[in-house]
Design a protein. Sequence first.
Length: 85
Amino acid sequence: MKTFDYTITDEVGIHARPAGVLVKEAKNYASKITICKGEKKAEATKLMMIMSLGVKKGDTITVTVEGDDEDVCAPAIENFFKENL
């Protein structure tokens, strides 16, 4: 299991467009990717769950990657966040 924290820098947080792109990216990997904000959790492959987290600019989220390809997946997803959110 790999975990990293990320603070959102996008002006409007995780809104529909980047959430949709995140779902597409997450589906490229066998690992389960979970995004946590406080007590709320969402699988990165479920658009509505991600949107329900209500992540805004300045919020810090914790991303957990668990599965067969986690060594490749975790840095790729972290890089995705840096480039898009």
